[in-house]
Design a protein around this ligand. Structure first.
Ligand SMILES: Cc1cc2nc3c(=O)[nH]c(=O)nc-3n(C[C@H](O)[C@H](O)[C@H](O)COP(=O)(O)O)c2cc1C
Length: 280
């Protein structure tokens, strides 16, 4: 959909809607089905060097499995976002380098998972985070994205400033809007004083236009995507809806978002990114 085309971390994508890493993105067949059904980016399940049998949520066949698929998709011009986990800093750097050499356009460090948090502990201090990102940046030509843990001890601004200084182009953030969140879609107005509405919104504000945000969590329809964009997301990741509905969920959400943009008189999703206002 033309209206939903974006650039993410400098990479041109046909749609702001993509799968979230994990669901429907571990096996070759699943990845190729998503590729056939939706013309946006494809996000791979997180992988480490040798593959994992446990924990269940990180079961994967190892980096060579994903590198092979990245090479095939790259040859067809499909933008690949490859996701990295590891139990050591060395492993994360090695996996990121392999996926980069295989042609991934964006390399996403999944620093949000407990597995990484308990082993590498990248958020134990800002110096530690800086050292890890510095090493990955040295090993990778692709745009670097970081999936941020839903709860961190630091202010969004401290992390966003570090990302900007270290050349991280994309933060993958929680779309954790309050349950009773209400917004007037036509004007993009929220009642009350100006405040960060979600992790996505906090990072968008702190990024000051230098950080692209991917919002992940609870994006099940075009309206969810539209609101995520208003609150600062440049792209949205879809997880659970893919599990429930199958590969068709991405195209459906893209169409619904496109229809909402048209109904609001918007020519492009870029017109609404971060456009939320407060009534004071
Ligand atoms: C079965 C399953 C596997 C997942 N695997 C990964 C993964 O490998 N890497 C990752 O970054 N996130 C993983 N996630 C988290 C999703 O990317 C996403 O952040 C989460 O599902 C929230 O989005 P949703 O509300 O649309 O489901 C996984 C989630 C599920 C349900």
């Amino acid at each position: 959909m033309e209206r939903t085309s974006i650039r993410l971390g400098g990479v041109a994508l046909n749609s702001s809607v993509m799968n979230a890493s994990g669901p429907h993105s571990a096996e070759r067949g699943e990845i190729f089905e998503l590729t056939a059904r939706h013309n946006g980016a494809i996000v791979f399940k997180s992988c480490n060097i040798a593959g994992l049998e446990a924990p269940e949520n990180l079961k994967n066949r190892g980096v060579e499995h994903f590198a092979g698929i990245a090479r095939e998709l790259g040859a067809r011009g499909k933008p690949v976002i490859a996701s990295v986990v590891g139990a050591t800093e060395d492993e994360i750097v090695a996996v990121a380098g392999t996926l980069d050499r295989a042609g991934a356009k964006i390399v996403e460090l999944n620093l949000a998972d407990d597995y990484v948090q308990k082993s590498v502990a990248p958020f134990a201090s800002l110096d530690r985070l800086k050292a890890l990102i510095g090493r990955v940046r040295g090993a990778v030509q692709a745009a670097v994205a970081v999936k941020v843990p839903p709860r961190i001890e630091y202010e969004a601004r401290a992390i966003a400033d570090l990302f900007k200084a270290m050349g991280v182009k994309i933060a993958v953030c929680a779309n954790d809007l309050p349950k009773d969140f209400a917004i007037d879609l036509a004007s993009g107005t929220v009642k009350g004083p100006a405040r960060p509405l979600s992790q996505t919104h906090a990072f968008f504000q702190a990024g000051e236009g230098l950080l692209d945000i991917v919002a992940v969590g609870g994006v099940n329809g075009g309206r969810d995507a539209y609101i995520a964009h208003l609150t600062g997301a440049r792209a949205v990741g879809v997880g659970s809806a893919l599990i429930k509905e199958g590969a068709g969920a991405l195209g459906r959400i893209d169409r619904e978002l496109d229809e909402m943009l048209a109904a609001q008189g918007k020519g492009s999703v870029n017109e609404i990114i971060g456009a939320v206002r407060f009534s004071g």
